[in-house]
Design a protein around this ligand. Structure first.
Ligand code: ADP
Length: 179
C-alpha cells in the first residue's frame, strides 16, 4: 500500500512516504534538538530547504526542552510555519521515554491549534539519530495524535511523512492495529 488515510471524527489522519520539506500543509514539524541550532537528519533538511530565516528565529527563541514545542515561520518552505519539537534520546523505552515522546507530539498539536493551524505534517520524531525503535515510536505517535483528534476538531489534517518505504510500512501496520 502506498499510503493510508483514515478519519478521526471530522479530521483526517494520513500516512505517506515522502520528504517533509516538500509538504504543503500549514505547518511542518521539525525533530530539532534542545539548542535549536540545526543539526542532521530532518532538522538539517528543513533548514537547508527553508533558508536562514528559520534559524534566525530559532536563535531568538533560544532553546526548547525535551517534549516541548516552539514555532517559527516557514521561511522559503511551502508551509507557513515550522513547529520545532525535541523528542527524547532513546535509552531503554522505560523511564520517561514514552511520556516525553508523547509530549512532543501533543505539544506540537496544542501549539498549532493555538496559532489557528488547520493542517500539519509530522516526521517520525526520535527514530533517527535519537535511536527510538520505529515500531514503539509509531505506536506512541499515532496514539497521541488519535487521542488529540478525538478531543479536538480544529486541526483538519495530520499527515505523517515517513522517510522510506520501511518506515511507512511500520506506521501502517501499527495504525491498523490501533483502529
Ligand atoms: P531524531 O534526532 O529526532 O531521531 P532525525 O532527523 O535523526 O531525528 O530522524 C527522525 C526521522 O526523520 C528519521 O526516521 C529519518 O529517517 C527521518 N527523516 C530524515 N530526513 C527526512 C525528511 N526530509 N523528511 C521526512 N523525514 C525525514
Amino acid at each position: 500500500m502506498a499510503s493510508m488515510v483514515i478519519k478521526i471524527n471530522k479530521s483526517t489522519l494520513s500516512l505517506i512516504e515522502g520528504d517533509i520539506t516538500k509538504q504543503d500543509t500549514d505547518a511542518i514539524v521539525n525533530a530539532a534538538n534542545k539548542t535549536l541550532r540545526g543539526g542532521g537528519g530532518v532538522d538539517g533538511a528543513i533548514h537547508r530547504a527553508g533558508g536562514p530565516k528559520i534559524l534566525e528565529e530559532c536563535i531568538k527563541i533560544g532553546r526548547c526542552e525535551t517534549g516541548g514545542a516552539v514555532i517559527t515561520s516557514g521561511g522559503n518552505l511551502k508551509a507557513k510555519f515550522v513547529v520545532h519539537t525535541v523528542g527524547p534520546v532513546y535509552r531503554d523505552g522505560l523511564h520517561r521515554d514514552p511520556e516525553l515522546l508523547s509530549n512532543a507530539y501533543a505539544n506540537c498539536l496544542k501549539l498549532a491549534s493555538s496559532k489557528g493551524i488547520k493542517s500539519i505534517a509530522f516526521p517520525s520524531i526520535s527514530t533517527g539519530a535519537y535511536g527510538y525503535p520505529v515500531e514503539d515510536a509509531a505506536e506512541i505517535a499515532l496514539k497521541t495524535v488519535i487521542d488529540y483528534l478525538k478531543e479536538h476538531s480544529d486541526i483538519e489534517l495530520v499527515r505523517f511523512v515517513l522517510f522510506g518505504q520501511k518506515a511507512l510500512e511500520v506506521y501502517e501496520r501499527v495504525l491498523k492495529r490501533l483502529i
